[in-house]
Design a protein around this ligand. Structure first.
Ligand code: ADP
Length: 479
């Protein structure tokens, strides 16, 4: 299999080295995988200028020409999914099968937005007066800048880059310091299939703040898109206000997973496990607060205990693994702190709660904790680890109000059978995405994004394209 390891920045179609480099390590073993170029503010400016230079030609291509190139990039990702998946598993830790699943998922955004590029319509407006006609055209926003996180090293990039390119924008990206190799491999494939120089540019960096300042303040950047923590997102949005950039922000969540008394308990347990243990719980739409109606609590906990006992934890390249290591020591510390705090305040750890030392210091056991109270840190902060934290509630109204009692509103989930309850609760929950009897809700066709402090804008679906377009209203007179 050919190597897709690239270790330099990618600007204007060229691989640019730097003297200063940073190490990328395998979280399962601690082994160094590569030394990657450490871009600075000057390099970020160079990337923006390259994207600006490329914009004119890219925007003037027909939607079909852009779609054809996107489809070639999509196909190339699929053709190389094994190599891309292995690379991702090595730098991020997720099992290879899950990593290949992410490559397919990430590629699906490129395919979907290739289609959307060709369905980018304007509007003919009603005639307001007989001597005039008005219509709307959609135009690319211009140069876009993106900052992405480590938990989905491929898909968090493609779902920003694909709609940007489909709309006729060019883009600069700062991939995460922990997983730049998956990003740079995408640049290699984009270049090989003929996406023109300067249309996609990558600046790997440990100097996130400096690069972020260029991306959010450079006058040639017209749109800034970010996936990461709420605190960083807020600061970046503020920086964008000086030049009034369009922003899309996909920030933290605190997803409730509610199990009502009429739920199919087997289905609820299965969906919760799928939702919770994907990527070892390190996803922003992971079920963070499991809210179980008192009358079904004990039966549900029994199902969960059985299911947790069957999970296999191992390095990502082992056979039939459910999840691998957490990303780094900070992640382990955070999970331990949240569990300690909850235990000290009366919660009970029924399973797990410990590091699996025999595997290595970043492997955490599948954990079940009950008796969690809304005031505990574990109920208020993102756990980002393989921990099912269960609270109880008495009736539907209390379940919904507990679920909504958070500044966040990314994903929410509930399990129920009664169709009037399903209708009621789906209208009452404050979240951007809702899974009903379903713990896996992400798809390129779906609109991903949050309400409240979980962000602004949507990724995927036809709404995802609109984030990269300006709406121009034109009125023609003199009839
Ligand atoms: P996470 O906990 O997922 O790492 P962060 O918000 O810290 O969330 O990081 C998400 C992305 O934001 C990463 O690419 C990181 O390098 C970048 N980042 C972190 N802090 C800043 C900052 N002050 N300015 C710009 N980018 C930042």
């Amino acid at each position: 299999m050919r190597s897709l390891i690239q270790t330099n920045a990618f600007i204007d179609g060229h691989w640019i080295p730097t003297d200063k480099r940073f190490a990328v390590t395998n979280p399962a073993t601690g082994e160094t995988l590569a030394e990657v170029a450490d871009g600075d503010a000057a390099m970020a400016e160079r990337a923006v200028e390259a994207a600006h230079k490329a914009l004119g030609h890219w925007r003037e291509k027909t939607p079909k020409q852009r779609a054809d190139l996107l489809r070639r990039w999509y196909q190339s990702m699929l053709d190389n999914k094994q190599a891309l998946g292995e690379l991702m598993s090595a730098e991020q830790g997720k099992p290879i099968a899950e990593a290949i699943g992410e490559i397919e998922y990430g590629a699906s955004f490129v395919d979907w937005f290739a289609g959307e590029a060709e369905r980018c319509y304007g509007d003919i407006l009603p005639v307001a007066s007989q001597d005039k006609r008005s219509w709307i055209i959609k135009q690319p926003v211009g140069v876009c800048a993106a900052i992405t996180p480590w938990n989905f090293p491929n898909a968090m990039i493609t779902r920003k880059v694909a709609p940007a390119l489909a709309a006729g924008c060019t883009i600069v990206i700062k991939p995460p310091q922990l997983t730049p190799l998956s990003a740079l491999a995408l640049a290699q494939l984009a270049s090989e299939v003929g996406i023109p120089d300067g249309v996609i540019n990558f600046v790997p960096s440990t100097q996130a703040k400096d690069v972020g300042e260029v991306f959010t303040q450079h006058p040639q950047v017209k749109k800034f898109t970010f996936t990461g923590s709420t605190s960083v997102g807020k600061a970046l949005m503020e920086q964008c206000s000086q030049t009034m950039k369009k922003v899309s922000l996909e920030l933290g969540g605190n997803a409730p997973f509610i199990v009502f008394d009429d739920a199919d308990i087997d289905l609820a347990a299965r969906e919760l496990i799928a939702c919770k243990f994907r990527n070892a719980g390190q996803t922003c739409i992971s079920a963070n607060r499991v809210l179980v109606q008192e009358s079904v609590h004990d039966a549900f906990i029994d199902k969960l205990k059985q299911a947790l006992g069957k999970l296999k934890v191992a390095a990502g390249d082992a056979e039939e693994v459910d999840y691998g290591p957490l990303i780094n020591g900070d992640a382990i510390t955070k999970v331990k702190e949240l569990l300690d705090d909850a235990e000290q305040q009366g919660a009970t750890i029924l399973a797990g709660g410990n590091v699996l030392d025999a595997l290595g210091e970043l492997f955490f056991a599948p954990t079940l904790i009950t008796g969690v109270k809304p005031s505990m840190r574990i109920a208020q902060e993102e756990i980002f680890g393989p921990v099912v934290a269960v609270q109880t509630f008495t009736d539907e109204a209390q379940g919904v109000s507990r679920a909504n009692d958070t500044p966040f509103g990314l994903a929410g989930y509930f399990c129920a059978q009664d169709y009037t309850r399903i209708q009621r609760v789906s209208e009452q929950l404050e979240c951007g995405m809702l899974g009903i009897n379903a713990g896996a809700i992400s798809h390129a066709y779906n609109a991903f994004g949050g309400v409240k402090e979980s962000g602004i804008g949507r990724e995927g679906s036809r709404y995802g394209l609109a984030e990269y377009q300006e709406t121009k209203n034109i009125t023609l007179g003199g009839f």
